[in-house]
Design a protein around this ligand. Structure first.
Ligand SMILES: C[S@@+](CC[C@H](N)C(=O)[O-])C[C@H]1O[C@@H](n2cnc3c(N)ncnc32)[C@H](O)[C@@H]1O
Length: 194
């Protein structure tokens, strides 16, 4: 609506806008949606002294949402295997030494673990879910997006039991649940039991 102002608590943080601009310039279409982004900011803010990690930086949109909740003593490590995306995303955070953008495979994150928040979004989530769980600190939060809500138990996707979703939701080391982010998409949020 013309002239309508966005309430401050719904505004997109400037760094998110900058990373979205990079995504647009690089024709990168896989950035997280704002509904997920706000959850990322909340999770980072819940761990003000924490080590926050992301696999799959993309153009830095998810990183920027995590950054929106980053405490002064926290640090944020993200990894992207696409060199150009990693370089461009790093530019969005060049003025903040709390943020490290690594270039390479997601396993580069291992040397920085354990994590108080882990947004696992590119590498790990599907290829080594057990390793993902093991990178969490006790009480650490795991966030996984891009699921399709299922009314069934066990959850199904395309008519088949979604074994990956089941793995995370029933993992004995995790207290985990699925949350709708839009009517057509969900995230799994889990915390590692102490
Ligand atoms: C869904 S996109 C990431 C979006 C970003 N996290 C955000 O929220 O805006 C997934 C990214 O993971 C990267 N990726 C995929 N496999 C990877 C791996 N094994 N190691 C590092 N990055 C990986 C892809 O290049 C892609 O940029």
């Amino acid at each position: 609506m013309a002239g309508r102002t966005v309430p401050p608590h719904r505004a997109v943080p400037p760094r998110v806008a900058a990373a979205e601009q990079v995504a647009s310039e690089e024709e990168f279409k896989k950035s997280c949606i704002p509904e997920v982004g706000r959850l990322l900011g909340l999770a980072a803010a819940a761990k003000p002294h924490g080590t926050i990690a992301e696999s799959g930086t993309g153009s830095g949109v998810g990183t920027a949402w995590l950054h929106s909740g980053l405490g002064p003593d926290a640090r944020l490590i993200t990894v992207e295997r696409d060199e150009k995306l990693a370089r461009r995303a790093a530019g969005v955070f060049a003025d903040d030494e709390r943020v490290s953008v690594l270039t390479g495979d997601w396993r580069l994150l291992e040397r920085h673990a354990p994590f108080d928040v882990f947004f696992c979004d590119g590498g790990g989530k599907r290829d080594d879910p057990q390793a993902v769980v093991e990178l969490l600190a006790p009480g650490g939060l795991l966030i996984l997006d891009d699921f399709t809500p299922s009314p069934h138990w066990p959850p199904r996707f395309d008519g088949e039991v979604d074994e990956l979703r089941l793995f995370y939701l029933t993992h004995p080391a995790l207290e985990a649940t699925e949350i709708l982010t839009t009517p057509a998409s969900s995230v799994i949020v889990g915390t590692r039991r102490a």
